[in-house]
Design a protein around this ligand. Structure first.
Ligand SMILES: NC(=O)c1ccc[n+]([C@@H]2O[C@H](COP(=O)([O-])OP(=O)(O)OC[C@H]3O[C@@H](n4cnc5c(N)ncnc54)[C@H](O)[C@@H]3O)[C@@H](O)[C@H]2O)c1
Length: 323
């Protein structure tokens, strides 16, 4: 709530796939959302998409307040100035073009309240490039808030500062996103592709190589992820997977498997073996999260989660599934 007792307001700039999805995320959590797109046809399409997606969420029981209440919190605007007035955060969701985004941030910085966070959904443009040429005050408020697609179903958000971002702004951005129900992963520094797409890219590079080399076909790769890696990763990430796959945890896993993974990397011209120091760092972080005394308990927890997921999933398949 704002000081006036009204729900806090956010502006979403660009009403394509990600803009509409962010509008749903914020409205579902009780924020007022001003959604801007300069293209009339895009605003019309957004209105139809919002109605359809809110309905789907409500049918699945994922919109406790109902469609009407969430929809009433979203307004569509033809001008940027009108949309960013009085907002706590601007979520820019315009096309992935550096110059266009820079221009939008210059305009938004001038029209939004002085303290508003300026966040970009960019998938691959580092925030320092978006802040290039902006006055210090605006650059200090600029971050990348990169979502998964669609963010109302994939709740993770990468929060990426530039070297010029004010730490207080990062904290404010995290606070807004967390109140919107997103789980924030803050990167310590910007890197090309951030983390989400670097991980995705590593897998995709290898998948292309395997298809090129005739080892497997495209659907074979997808099946291994759908029915294997992906299903497990929806419960535990790759580090926790390795930690729980070998008694003794991730240090034991690295000892057993490190050589094989180094050879696979070398085959692709990548020479990044897991040094003993690196394994120590990773193992120390895992042990801080899960002491080895609780390892068996956590393995049972993973299996219970996978069992519950499999029951829902395979029940869907038994019922005929969907295209
Ligand atoms: N689609 C994804 O999977 C995905 C995932 C994460 C992040 N992103 C990022 O989100 C951003 C938006 O991607 P998208 O897939 O929603 O694109 P999109 O093409 O679906 O939507 C872009 C929207 O921006 C509007 N637009 C054009 N010029 C504008 C302007 N001057 N001001 C405001 N709006 C303008 C367009 O009319 C369109 O509605 C991109 O930076 C993209 O990299 C996309």
């Amino acid at each position: 709530m704002s000081a006036t007792g009204e729900a806090e307001r956010v502006a979403v700039v660009g009403s394509g796939s990600i803009g509409v999805a962010f509008a749903i995320v914020f409205a579902r959590a009780g924020f007022r959302v001003a959604l801007h797109d300069p293209v009339p046809a895009a605003r019309e399409r957004a209105e139809a998409e919002l109605a359809e997606r809110l309905e789907l969420l409500a049918e699945a029981g994922l919109l406790p307040g109902g469609v009407g209440a969430a929809a009433a919190r979203i307004s569509l605007h033809a001008t940027l100035d009108e949309a960013v007035a009085g907002c706590a955060l601007v979520q820019e969701c315009a096309p992935e073009q550096r110059e266009l985004k820079r221009e939008l941030f210059a305009l938004a910085a001038a029209a939004a309240p002085a303290g508003a966070v300026l966040a970009s959904s960019s998938s691959a443009i580092p925030p320092s490039e978006l802040a290039d040429g902006l006055p210090e005050d605006a650059a200090g408020r600029l971050v990348v808030g990169h979502p998964g697609n669609p963010p109302y179903l994939l709740p993770v958000l990468e929060l990426v500062p530039s070297p010029r971002t004010d730490p207080a702004v990062l904290a404010r951005a995290r606070d807004v996103y967390e109140r919107a129900g997103l789980r924030v992963v803050e990167l310590r520094r910007e890197v090309e592709g951030f983390v989400f797409n670097r991980l995705q890219g590593a897998l995709l590079r290898e998948a292309y190589c395997l298809v090129r080399d005739g080892v497997v076909d495209v659907d074979g790769v997808d099946e291994i992820v759908r029915s294997g890696l992906g299903r497990r990763w929806s419960v535990v990430g790759p580090f926790e997977t390795s930690d729980l796959n070998v008694r003794g945890g991730i240090a034991a896993h690295a000892e057993r498997m490190g050589g094989a993974y180094a050879r696979m990397g070398a085959e692709r011209g990548q020479h990044d073996p897991w040094s003993p120091e690196l394994v120590d760092t990773v193992a120390a972080q895992r042990r801080a999260i899960l002491p080895l005394e609780r390892w068996d308990e956590r393995v049972r927890w993973r299996d219970r989660r996978l069992t519950a997921l499999t029951a829902v999933w395979d029940d869907g398949a038994r019922n005929g599934g969907e295209a």
